[in-house]
Design a protein around this ligand. Sequence first.
Ligand SMILES: C[S@@+](CC[C@H](N)C(=O)[O-])C[C@H]1O[C@@H](n2cnc3c(N)ncnc32)[C@H](O)[C@@H]1O
Ligand SMILES: [Zn+2]
Length: 436
Amino acid sequence: MRPDPDLDLVERVEGRTRLLVPAASLGGGPPPKSPAFFNPLAAVTRDFAVLFYGARYRGSRARLLDALCGVGARGIRVANESGADILVHLNDANPTAAGIARRNCDLNGLGDRCTVSSEDANALMYGSPRSGPRFDAIDVDPFGSPVPFVDAAVSTVRPGGIVALTATDLSALTGRSRTSGRRKYFLSLHPTDFSREVAARALAAYGVIRAAAAERGARPVFAHVDSQYLRVYLEIRGHARAADESLDRLGHLGYCPRCLYRGVMDPGRGHRCPVCGGELLELGPLWLGDLFDGQQLRGMLAMSDGMGWAARSKLLGRALADAGLPPYYYALDRIADSLGTCVPRLDRLLESLASKGYRAVRSWAHELGVKTDAPHQLFMEEVRRLSSCRGAASPAPPRRARCSGACSPSASPRGPPRTISSPSPGSRPARRPGTP
Ligand SMILES: C[S@@+](CC[C@H](N)C(=O)[O-])C[C@H]1O[C@@H](n2cnc3c(N)ncnc32)[C@H](O)[C@@H]1O
Ligand SMILES: [Zn+2]
């Protein structure tokens, strides 16, 4: 890395791309916004962007708008590494960031494939000509919530194009901050153990609703999430009928804090839990269809394997296995904790559910997440049966059950919810959430 005397920039290689970035952004703490923003930890989200746009546009020419580009890391990596014929327009309201992005284009010999501007992203999107060439894809990667930019992106991208939305305001999208979820996204949410998938489905639903207001359809084709960020890639279609079809895929999940049941809300059945009769909390509106497009995933997986990106391939493989499964998972650490037992070995649990005729796979959203179409009570019973902790049969679950050795090594029961088991045969009586 060599220092830059003017802006204290240093050179860094991410993927196969050289980037000048502010030295202060590599200090380990939260990256500063001035002189320009660059988050080294977001490299994983940029790897997926390279794979996504590369797989999507291989064999055709496309125009991508990186509408809030910072120093240009995402768009420049796509132009440089995706292997597709993608022309990238980079834009950032901060002129210093846009200036660094321009230098980064030159540094990678991309002067003829990238253009740069410094404008407000909404002004740029609404100002782009409707009659001339439109953007095939618009990438929205703001600080916090993408809400201020969603309307412009979904209404100005070319029909058939992609709008990728990043959100880092995960407290609003997971139910941790219910008021902010309601204010920003008009969501009704509650914290659950499967909140990462809820967040992805909530952001997808928001995109669908805003696209529908512009008489456009939208469906998610890819998503990824971790504890800090969420990204959803939406494919936008151009008619009012497509909008209606997309809206038909929205709905609510019901979640029972008493027995931890989760399922798609059936409006005809009211708010009673079908397992324990407790009150169901409603989560939504959420996108309830598939979050991934199989062809898109297979293209990304082939690229990722070719690049030797094993960790990305692992996640893509899990996403492929997600097709057709219910729109939620069970986070085993939280489930085991609430049962007062320890986490069973994941491979044994999946095998056991499969042997009983159910689909069961690992979640793409959570390291200890299990997705299955097994009925709730049966799933909970299997978790209990396959856990071999001393606390498993105790009526008062300890905070940390002791493992006799057959449990998952990564198991670490933690935190709330302090909830209860399902009232299935042989289980303990239900307790109210919050009781010790
Ligand atoms: C999270 S950073 C983008 C990071 C970048 N995409 C990357 O991968 O490195 C958000 C950027 O949005 C820019 N920004 C904020 N408001 C904007 C607006 N209204 N129009 C355009 N850019 C804006 C900020 O200057 C900042 O560089
Ligand atoms: Zn219940």
